[in-house]
Design a protein around this ligand. Sequence first.
Ligand SMILES: Nc1ncnc2c1ncn2[C@@H]1O[C@H](COP(=O)(O)OP(=O)(O)OP(=O)(O)O)[C@@H](O)[C@H]1O
Ligand SMILES: [Mg+2]
Length: 260
Amino acid sequence: MTPPGFPAQDGSSKMTVDARQLEALERLANVGALASSVTHEFNNILTTILNQAKLGTRAAESEAARRCFEKILDSARRASKITTGVLALARGRSSKIELVDVAELVEQVLTVCDKDLRKHFINLQCDFGNRPKAEIVPSQIEQVILNLIINARQAMEKGGTLTVAVQENVALGTVEILIRDTGCGIPAENLPRIFEPFYSTKQGPDESGHGGSGLGLSLCKEIIGRHQGRIRVESTVGKGTTFTIKLPKKIPNGTPAHAA
Ligand SMILES: Nc1ncnc2c1ncn2[C@@H]1O[C@H](COP(=O)(O)OP(=O)(O)OP(=O)(O)O)[C@@H](O)[C@H]1O
Ligand SMILES: [Mg+2]
């Protein structure tokens, strides 16, 4: 039986690999290959731009000049966020596979987010079922949960409810994580693009001074793929969005997660 909070049907329809997704995967592979060679150099250049722009902001002799330096600073910060995301994508952090209580890991991420959620009037509902364990790379799955929660929070600008659930599907040998928000939702025409690297609708600066890099969900997809899992999305504009992740309880030997 499907516990409350989980969609009843199996998630095969929305994530079929079409030409566009193949293209995106290819781009992702290219990003990974390019990242290690250019990002270090690029970061050095960005550090110089950031430092000089900071100095310029302080030393500017007119308001117009100060505003110019602030724009440079803002753009350089956005660029720096992108390089950091690309590096995370390329390196994948630690790759040690451990048998982990998935609900406990999700709870740890929620502890980090708790203050931020309350600040934005977001009510949290959790359902951790029978606390199943799965073989995962904890730091990578933490990153996925965090990215999805941040997206959910950003989608609920005026507050709302965040539902987080973990359940075991004994028949399939999977652990499923559900993250549902009551936020703005995603228009149907945008859904096929949200996992593409650099796809973002968050153009304006957020509260930290940055827009979106559009790497959050592509990183999630990459990580879940390494775990031989699946991630799917369902969304209704004005009502909210649900992301569901299915992870095998045991990663077969020789998967990319082992090799990472
Ligand atoms: N829970 C959600 N509700 C509404 N829209 C979403 C949600 N999650 C993702 N999106 C849409 O998918 C896009 C891509 O998300 P992704 O996390 O990859 O990038 P981002 O959030 O824009 O930037 P970043 O995560 O790098 O800060 C978002 O810009 C947004 O349009
Ligand atoms: Mg995001």
